[in-house]
Design a protein around this ligand. Structure first.
Ligand SMILES: [Zn+2]
Length: 214
């Protein structure tokens, strides 16, 4: 497995950076990765889709998005970790030459990933949207938010239904679906998860405090 240093962007084989010495705990790294996944899927790709749908008079152009290539997750983790845009821009070039051979340009989803690496205006948008999603989509058009929330709900229901099927060996009925929706209210799937963000920032602060002391 490869890890990106949340401090300097170097790709390492362990969580300890061979370049700057920064070490992330597994908990922090997993958390940032999960947030990065969400930001890429909902904050960037679905928001871009929502914008296109809006341009075409609300005609929905849904398509399924596969998990994007590693490189994009890494950029998103750096954005979420608060690395500055200039450093990200520099690292994107380095990362791209590193992951280029692993990307399949004939795959439609990966084509979109390449665009972010190759076009600076798309990278700027990716960084902006990742940040805005992570901050809870404040000041974003409510129609766009509804669209993204719909996708989050659909993903949630899809996953829950799948889990139900493999556990109960039957298709959920209306009552089961109602229960799933009710439980959802208590889950952390909502876009607005500023508490989590605070938790992450606290963890990060604790870590860097520990490093300056040692
Ligand atoms: Zn580092």
């Amino acid at each position: 497995m490869e890890y990106i240093c949340l401090n300097c962007g170097q790709v390492n084989s362990t969580l300890e950076c061979t370049h700057c010495g920064h070490t992330s705990s597994e908990k922090v790294y997993e958390y940032v990765m999960e947030q990065a996944h969400r930001a890429i899927r909902y904050g960037y790709f679905y928001r871009r889709e929502a914008e296109k749908a809006k341009e075409h008079d609300g005609v929905s152009i849904h398509y399924s998005l596969t998990t994007p290539a590693n490189g994009l997750e890494w950029i998103a983790t750096l954005v979420i970790s608060g690395v500055s845009y200039d450093i990200i821009k520099y690292l994107v070039k380095k990362l791209y030459s590193y992951i280029k051979s692993k990307i399949n340009p004939n795959n439609k989803d990966e084509e979109k990933v390449i665009e972010i690496f190759e076009k600076e205006e798309e990278l700027q948008l990716f960084v902006k949207y990742t940040k805005e999603f992570h901050a809870g989509l404040k000041d974003v058009d409510s129609k766009i938010i509804d669209y993204i929330q719909e996708e989050i709900n659909a993903d949630y229901m899809g996953k829950q239904t799948g889990d139900f099927l493999s556990k109960e060996h039957r298709v959920p009925n209306a009552q089961d679906l109602l229960k799933i929706m009710k439980d959802r209210k208590n889950s952390d799937i909502d876009i607005h998860y500023r508490e989590e963000l605070q938790l992450f920032l606290d963890l990060k602060r604790q870590l860097s405090n520990r490093q300056t002391k040692s």
